[in-house]
Design a protein around this ligand. Sequence first.
Ligand code: PEP
Ligand code: MG
Length: 864
Amino acid sequence: MTASVSSMTAERAMTPAGHTIVVTAPLEGWLAPLAEIPDPVFAGGMLGDGVAIDPTGGMLHAPCAGTVASLAATGHAVTLRLEGGAELLLHLGVDTVAMGGRGFTPLVAQDQVVAAGDPLVRFDLDAVVTGAASAMTPVLLLAGEEWTLESKRDPGPVKVGDVVMALRRVSGTGAAMGEAAGSPDEELVRELPVPLRHGIHARPAARLRQVATSFEAVVRMEIAGKSASLRSPVGVLALGVRLGDRISLHARGRQAGEVLDALEALIASGMGELAHADEQPPAQPVRVAAPAAAQRRVTQIAPDGTLAGVVAAPGVAVGEAVRYRLGEVEVSEGSGDPATERGLLDETLAALRAKIAQESEGAPPHAASILAAHAVMLEDEDLLAAAHEAIAKGDSAGAGWRLAIGTQVDLLLRSGDARLAERVDDMRDLERQVLCALIGGDAAGFALPQDAVLIAEDLLPSQLMALDPERLAAICLVNGGPTSHVAILAAGLGVPMLVAMGSALDDIAEGAVLVVDAAAARLETGASAERIAGVRDQLALQAARRAAALEARGPCHTADGTRIEVFANLGSLADARQAMANGAEGCGLLRSEFLFVERAQAPGAGEQLETYQAIADALEGRPLIVRLLDIGGDKPAPFLPMPAEENPALGLRGIRVGLAYPELLEAQVEAILSVRPAGQCRIMVPMVASLSELRAVRGVVDGVAARLGLAGPVSLGIMVETPAAAATADILAREADFLSVGTNDLTQYALAMDRGNAAVASAIDGLHPAVLRLIALTCDGGARHGRWTGVCGSLASDPLAVPLLLGLGVGELSATPAQVPDIKALVTGLDTERCRALAARALECGSAGEVRALVREFLKEQGA
Ligand code: PEP
Ligand code: MG
């Protein structure tokens, strides 16, 4: 059990000033001054003062009594916490971390209490001498306020147990000071609510681990008397943390305060799953990963031949029923040699991690994030320890892995939380993949006929990824959950999916023709020939339009020949690849925040350049409009803890942040302007409200361009997201090279409705005439100075908005990558004059609803 702040403080108070601790040699060898270590960090005493020992033996011993405060995963370094809070670092050799654990065998565990002379790590001295920069081992008192080095032994030979240093507790430092700084022997505690819609599930747990491990402190999460290390996402998952729960984070060691700040900001950000203020956790779960046949829902096909389900991915499809059956993987139970079996499991896990890393490259973002969560689970310390323990007791590699997964699955199921139970699928998936790899088999191979409606008990993410999506019309599951990873994947593939359909799926004959209507959340088992033909016609029309748009990869024009650029909004390199595959003509909005959020430190210009260059290259010379960092408001960033604001949407956000932190702005501008070929990147300023902001940014851009020796002009545009910018578009357009309307924010500010608040969600519609009038003002203001106006908010991806935007004078639409072909197809069929007439009528409407009805009628008349 970890001590609380108060008990640790009490313990420390009992160690009076002047108290000394004797430190003995942890190694046999030659003792030298620290300055002789060939590493500036150690030699310069940056981590603390001490001595160096050039070892002649192969065992590291405890130099005094203490507790193992940290043990490097690679076994090459140990920190001991001594009585009274002093911390000693024993670092075997220099740059030995790069040996990846080879040659080091830890003999103790984290938090283990040791006596002076106890063996800590056995190491292969030859391997260190040949494999590392040096075998010189620093023995350091880690820098702190309360302890100092009183004496050191002179250079010369030492044996284990010889006294080498004495530490003395200095007076004048108090507990309160240590607490504030998060000194090593204390535990800092932070309580906070969880605002994530789905609670802390696998992906957030993986992200928390990522941030936690980038600091030195050790962090646990506690809730209702249960506790888990943040280094174990599976352990965190099993805590069953739900939306609205109050958790406490406990950090101990150096950077305890910093890691808590970063974790708090990350959790407060919602990690892309921020719940609305009044949202409640789901009261009664829809269902889910039933582990045993006895738990299947009993359902029946209705007399009209329909069967209800829960929508996991939208869409409509027609196809032929295909049952998905895969046999159990056989595992041999016993093994003669634990070391061989452990090695086999570790190798298999490493190979699977490498395979996942390879699959992640170039995978669309939704699939990449699921693969990343799987990769993290494969590194889960609790899971590995459980498997290793089972193997040590005599299990085979496969049986040990199955047992370890089974334990975690039980924990998740016992949590009683449906969303956690959905994560069981991920655990089962990893179980199956590892077991198949152990026996050298294929985890998920299954051939599909064309237009298959796949019927299965459950489906694992890797099984779906192994299917041919071109042949898959839809998926219907007996079990399954709507927020499972497989559901996210299906939606990403555009495959309609219904789940939780129960036992009635057993009654469907193999090969039966089915209509899956996810819009109506039902499966039609007895659809008439006419109904089937009607659905097929509708799907064929949609497909033909999309295909035509994809085929016509050239510049997009309306039916009357007006040029409309159809760009894509991007948030990653994978998005850029998808956009290109879908025929995007460029990028109208690169949301550069993706590089900054969930980071403990902002990326430097070099790292940013690498990413921007990769995206520019993927676009093969097409324009890339990079939006300057748009954080603050609903997009907090852990590396920039901003003071709490009463009304963050109206506070320090968008370009206001860049101007408040000029070094951030300059680094980003430098990265963008360094992309080659020069001129492919344009710069866009978010959340502009006044000309002075644009001028300030222009000043920075000119300064950086001059420093980089750039000759040509830099295209610098603005986002029109505030009513102020729309109303003064004619003034801003004198100095902005282009204007792009961010309709998401413009709508929230025009209607005074928070875009993240469910209470107003039904009324916040960008087709409100007030918003349309602001867009009209923007287009007119831009045109007055010969500037083009685009739209990069979500209206550009809304088919009902497109004719209106064209009619108002918008010349560029930046849509989501998936929507690009549909938007191109739509634009190609429109007539500009008619769109103008339509827009004029829309500006006179009384509500967004009226506008939508008007456009629906218009599109019907056009046959679009
Ligand atoms: C917008 O506000 O419309 C926009 C495109 O920016 P974001 O959605 O990233 O705030
Ligand atoms: Mg915006």
